[in-house]
Design a protein around this ligand. Structure first.
Ligand SMILES: CC(C)(COP(=O)(O)OP(=O)(O)OC[C@H]1O[C@@H](n2cnc3c(N)ncnc32)[C@H](O)[C@@H]1OP(=O)(O)O)[C@@H](O)C(=O)NCCC(=O)NCCS
Length: 156
C-alpha cells in the first residue's frame, strides 16, 4: 500500500533519484535536465519551507519502493501550489490521482481557507487529466515563471 511520509534531510538521495531523471524534469519548469546542485538546492528550499511552516513535502513509498514526491508550498499566503512527481514506472496507474487525494485533505487541514493551485504546461495532457480527476478545475492560461505557457488549475 502506498503511504506518504513527511520528508526529512535523510530523504535527499530518494529525491535525487526523481529530480535527476530527465523523463521527470522534462515536464517541470523549463523542461531542461537538472544538475545535482539545482536538485539539492530545491530539496533544501523545500525542507526549509516545511521548517518555517509554509510547506508540506511528502515522499510516497510502497514498502521500500519509491513512488514519488508530493508537495504543497504556500505562495504569497493566498494560495498553496501543489507539485507531484512520480517515478516513471508508476505513471499511468492512477497513483497521481490517488496521491493528490491523500495530499489535499492534509493541505486543507494545515492551511484552512487557502486555495490549492497547480500549474501544468499547456501540452501536458497527463498532468491536466490527473488534476481534473483529483477535483481541480482550469483557471486560464498564463506565461509561467519559467517562460512556458501553463494552465493554472484551482481546487475549489
Ligand atoms: C503527471 C503525473 C504526476 C501523472 O501521474 P499518473 O499517476 O501517471 O496519473 P494517473 O495514472 O493518476 O492518471 C490520471 C489521469 O491522467 C490520465 N493520463 C495518465 N497518463 C496520461 C497520458 N500520458 N496522456 C493523457 N492522459 C494521461 C489518466 O487516464 C487519468 O485520467 P482519467 O481519470 O480521466 O482516466 C506523472 O506522469 C508524473 O509524475 N510526470 C512527471 C512529473 C510531472 O509531470 N509532474 C506534474 C507537473 S505539473
Amino acid at each position: 500500500m502506498i503511504a506518504l511520509d513527511p520528508c526529512t534531510a535523510e530523504d535527499l538521495d530518494d529525491f535525487l533519484v526523481l529530480a535527476l531523471d530527465p523523463r521527470i524534469t522534462a515536464r517541470i519548469g523549463d523542461g531542461t535536465p537538472w544538475s545535482r546542485e539545482t536538485a539539492v538546492a530545491r530539496f533544501r528550499r523545500g525542507l526549509a519551507s516545511c521548517g518555517r511552516g509554509d510547506g508540506l513535502w511528502f515522499l510516497a513509498r510502497d514498502g521500500d519502493d519509491l513512488v514519488g514526491v508530493v508537495l504543497g508550498e504556500l505562495d504569497h499566503l493566498a494560495e498553496i501550489e501543489i507539485g507531484i512527481w512520480l517515478a516513471p514506472d508508476h505513471w499511468g496507474q492512477g497513483h497521481g490521482r490517488a496521491l493528490l487525494g491523500l495530499l489535499l485533505p492534509v493541505v486543507r487541514l494545515r492551511f484552512p481557507g487557502v486555495v490549492p493551485t497547480a500549474y501544468a504546461n499547456v501540452d501536458h495532457a497527463a498532468s491536466a487529466a490527473m488534476l481534473r480527476a483529483a477535483g481541480f478545475v482550469d483557471d486560464g492560461t498564463l506565461t509561467g515563471r519559467y517562460g512556458t505557457e501553463v494552465t493554472r488549475f484551482v481546487a475549489r
